[in-house]
Design a protein around this ligand. Structure first.
Ligand SMILES: C[S@@+](CC[C@H](N)C(=O)[O-])C[C@H]1O[C@@H](n2cnc3c(N)ncnc32)[C@H](O)[C@@H]1O
Length: 217
């Protein structure tokens, strides 16, 4: 059984995810920014973000046993906080500069890719994302897309105020990057070249299959 609610999982993720999270922090210029992480689990990635000098990371997860690993691991880290809720129950007064979600099980479990994004993720993004959103779709429940073009079209229609900026393909999953503005995000060499490969047990096959490009007119 794949268990995510123990210290070993936290420790392993804390080590293996460092390059990606650090590269993501640089690429999206997250220093000094407020971040919302949905389905944060043990919060290993979020602790890395907090230590990378973001202003704040708010971790939302309904599973207290899992979240408490992050709470215990970060007792001396002031810029991380925890909300033991489902995202659909979470309330915050402000929007966040950046929204992140990694392997959200409620989305992956009742996956039905043809449905696009679950309503509660759409609501949370509309309500809380000031700009960029990075969604990592991978994990034990992950199944490869049958029709990813259909999936992306659905999301494009569901999220009226957001644009799909990037879609990355890994053997083990996919990464979706959204933004409120149509724009190309400058590449960061680590993000592009190497740092997603830890995920890809098949041998580092991560490639960007979609990048939004400015129209000519
Ligand atoms: C596979 S774990 C991923 C945890 C972490 N993001 C990671 O990458 O290690 C999926 C997490 O989604 C959380 N989750 C499930 N439904 C949720 C919901 N409605 N709102 C927020 N989190 C949810 C679960 O409690 C679980 O901790």
């Amino acid at each position: 059984m794949h268990r995510t609610n123990n210290f070993l999982y936290f420790a392993n993720a804390f080590v293996t995810q460092q390059p990606f999270i650090k590269a993501m922090t640089k690429r999206f210029k997250l220093r000094g920014k407020n971040i919302l992480s949905i389905a944060s689990g043990t919060c290993a990635e979020e602790v890395i973000m907090a230590l990378s000098r973001v202003k704040s990371v708010t971790c939302v997860d309904p599973d207290y046993a899992t979240l408490s690993i992050g709470i215990t691991a970060s007792v001396n880290i002031p810029n991380i906080s925890f909300a033991n809720y489902k995202i659909q129950e979470f309330q915050a007064k402000e929007k966040f500069d950046f929204v992140y979600t990694s392997a959200p099980s409620d989305w992956l479990d009742d996956i039905g890719w043809e449905g696009g994004m679950p309503d509660h993720y759409i609501d949370a993004i509309n309500k809380y994302a000031k700009d960029n959103v990075v969604i990592m779709l991978y994990g034990p429940k992950y199944e490869p897309f049958i029709d990813e073009e259909h999936f992306l079209n659905m999301i494009d229609q569901q999220l009226e105020d957001f644009y799909i900026l990037e879609w990355w393909d890994m053997t083990v999953g996919n990464i979706l990057v959204l933004g409120r503005e149509e724009r190309v995000i400058p590449d960061h060499p680590d993000f592009v070249k190497a740092d997603l490969r830890w995920l890809d047990k098949e041998g580092g096959n991560c490639k960007r299959v979609y990048q939004w490009t400015p129209s000519k007119d």
